[in-house]
Write a protein that binds this ligand. Structure first.
Ligand SMILES: [Zn+2]
Length: 111
C-alpha cells in the first residue's frame, strides 16, 4: 500500500517540525490527481501514530480540485472528474496546474 510509505515519511517531517512536542492536529493537502486515497491515508496515519508525537493527533485532509490552464484561450478552470478539455473553449491543449500535489499544510502542537 502506497499510503503507508507516505505516512512514514510524513511522520519524519512532523517529528522534526514539532521538535518533540506533542502534535494536536495535522492538516494535509491532497490533490485529487495525486493518486492518494484520503481514507487510506487516514487509516495508515492512525496505524502509525502510536508511540509517536502524533499519538493523540487528529489528521485533517483538504482535497484540492484539479485545475487546468488552457493554451487556447488562456483561462484557468477547476475541473470535475477526468475531462481535461477546457470548459471555456473546448480545447484539449491544456496543462494541469494543481491537483497533483500532496503536502503538509500545517501542524498544531500542544504548548
Ligand atoms: Zn480554453
Amino acid at each position: 500500500m502506497h499510503e503507508l510509505s507516505i505516512v512514514q515519511s510524513m511522520m519524519k517531517i512532523v517529528e522534526k517540525a514539532s521538535q518533540g512536542k506533542e502534535v494536536k492536529k495535522l492538516v494535509v493537502k491532497i490533490g485529487k490527481m495525486s493518486g492518494i486515497e484520503p481514507h487510506f491515508l487516514k487509516e495508515s496515519f492512525d496505524f502509525f501514530k502510536e508511540g509517536t508525537v502524533c499519538e493523540t493527533a487528529e489528521m485533517e485532509i483538504i482535497e484540492v480540485d484539479v485545475r487546468i490552464k488552457c493554451f487556447g484561450c488562456g483561462n484557468e478552470s477547476d475541473i470535475k472528474g477526468f475531462d481535461f478539455h477546457c470548459p471555456v473553449c473546448g480545447s484539449e491543449k491544456t496543462k494541469i496546474i494543481a491537483g497533483e500535489e500532496m503536502h503538509i499544510e500545517y501542524i498544531e502542537v500542544k504548548e
